[in-house]
Design a protein around this ligand. Structure first.
Ligand SMILES: [Zn+2]
Length: 305
């Protein structure tokens, strides 16, 4: 009886030991875009928590006391970087000095690939995910970071990285073909803030953001008049609002210029996970990076072609 009980106990201990050896690594990410990247590469070896939900503006986001607790308990922290999360920069520095594994997913993008906006205060444009080729570099940084935290998972991270890189390549080719449907003189993308410079460079759009690189400064009347004049002189058909920024300035320009609001684009945040949209016989989940980019391309092409 006693020996049976002992072997029963031993069984529990073995089961617990096995469970802890395979326990998922708790990771905290800032934006939904970064969380998606970590989840795609981490697979079931990680549990990813995003501090910012869909529709949250990272330029203005301040960490709450609860966020600080989550960040300090995580085994790894991934953030976008390039001052996208401008009000959390000091917090990342503090975490990095407290032996936390903290990674900016944009850290390995070569300096010459970054866009330096003329009116910025020395910071590069942080919205690199608009170009799948640059988001691929971010994916490699995530795979390397996860491998540092969990060397046993390296093979899996590399396999998933390769799958994701192939997906991003396919996405880019598909997007180029869709954009070719828009007449060249209509390839102008007018949005609330300057989140689409990399997207524009990758796919051949002239990009105009009413509010500039960050949403921290509001659009003035002069900006609104300037953009409305541009819309009229170029005879542009549509402008676009963003899911994480107030639509007021774009709606005003639409009224002043007569161009319609062509739809909502995802700029700094993904959509709700599981929100599957159907456009032109295709369906995709706007809660993922690839679904979000497909949605943006389809929305823009359908409005401007
Ligand atoms: Zn932004």
């Amino acid at each position: 009886m006693l020996s049976q009980f002992r072997s029963f106990l031993a069984g529990i201990v073995i089961a617990l030991g096995a469970a802890s050896a395979h326990a998922a690594i708790p990771v905290v990410a800032t934006t939904t875009l970064v969380a998606d990247l970590v989840q795609q590469i981490g697979g079931d070896r990680v549990t990813v928590e995003a501090l910012m939900g869909p529709g949250v503006d990272p330029h203005l986001y301040k960490a709450s006391a609860r966020d600080v607790t989550r960040l300090s308990r995580a085994e790894a922290v991934f953030y976008s970087g390039l001052f996208l999360e401008g009000r959390m920069e000091d917090l990342f520095k503090r975490l990095a000095t407290s032996r936390r594994k903290v990674f900016a997913v944009t850290a390995d993008i070569p300096h010459e690939s970054l866009i330096q906006p003329s009116q910025s205060d020395g910071h590069a444009d942080p919205h690199v995910w608009g170009d799948p080729a640059l988001w691929k570099i971010a994916a490699r940084t995530v795979a390397r970071g996860l491998g540092e935290v969990d060397p046993g998972g390296t093979a899996g991270y590399q396999t998933r990285l390769q799958d994701l890189e192939a997906k991003f390549d396919k996405l880019r080719t598909w997007a180029e073909a869709r954009v070719a449907e828009i007449p060249k003189d209509q390839r102008v993308l007018i949005t609330s803030h300057d989140a689409f410079n990399y997207f524009g460079r990758a796919f051949g759009f002239e990009v105009v953001g009413v509010q500039g690189i960050s949403t921290a400064s509001e659009a003035g009347l002069a900006d609104i008049t300037k953009v409305a004049d541009l819309v009229r002189s170029r005879k542009l058909k549509a402008l676009f609002i963003e899911s994480s920024v107030s639509p007021a300035a774009i709606e005003r320009i639409s009224r002043d210029s007569g161009a319609r609001v062509g739809g909502e684009l995802f700029s700094d945040a993904l959509g709700q996970p599981g929100d599957v949209r159907k456009v032109g016989g295709e369906s995709y989940d706007v809660g993922t990076y690839t679904g979000m980019l497909r949605h943006n391309v389809n929305t823009v092409v359908e409005s401007l072609k």
